[in-house]
Design a protein around this ligand. Structure first.
Ligand SMILES: [Zn+2]
Length: 128
């Protein structure tokens, strides 16, 4: 039996600084986007043939980035001691989303978080 991968996205605007990283050392902002990809095993489709409502994934994505919108990321708790790189942002989103998804959709497995800081620049986090 195979499995399905379903994905939904959320976006937000946020500023950050990456000290000692060339131009990124200066205060600047991005229109960020994150995408959660969720695995559903074929055996877990419901009677309608649905694995998980896309809106649930979207809700989890939005909740995971809610405090980032119109914020200065360096000031937020997850980035207090670690600069808010796209890699770390994707990791924080993963940690938040995996917990929430487990409570609202136990048969869904979060397999990947992608984060764009610009349309051409994307980082993907996957757990081992
Ligand atoms: Zn940047």
């Amino acid at each position: 039996m195979g499995y399905y991968t379903l994905a939904a996205e959320a976006s937000f605007s946020a500023a950050h600084r990456l000290p000692d990283v060339d131009k990124c050392d200066r205060l600047h902002g991005h229109n960020w986007r994150v995408r959660l990809s969720v695995r559903i095993d074929e055996a877990n489709l419901d009677g309608l043939g649905i694995g998980i409502d896309f809106r649930k994934i979207e809700e989890v994505a939005r909740a995971a980035v809610a405090d980032f919108d119109h914020a200065y990321l360096n000031d937020l708790e997850p980035f207090k001691d670690k600069h808010p790189t796209a890699e770390r942002l994707a990791r924080v989103v993963y940690t938040r989303a995996v917990a929430r998804l487990a409570s609202i959709a136990p048969t869904a497995q979060l397999v990947e978080v992608a984060a764009w800081e610009m349309s051409d620049y994307r980082v993907t986090y996957r757990p081992d």
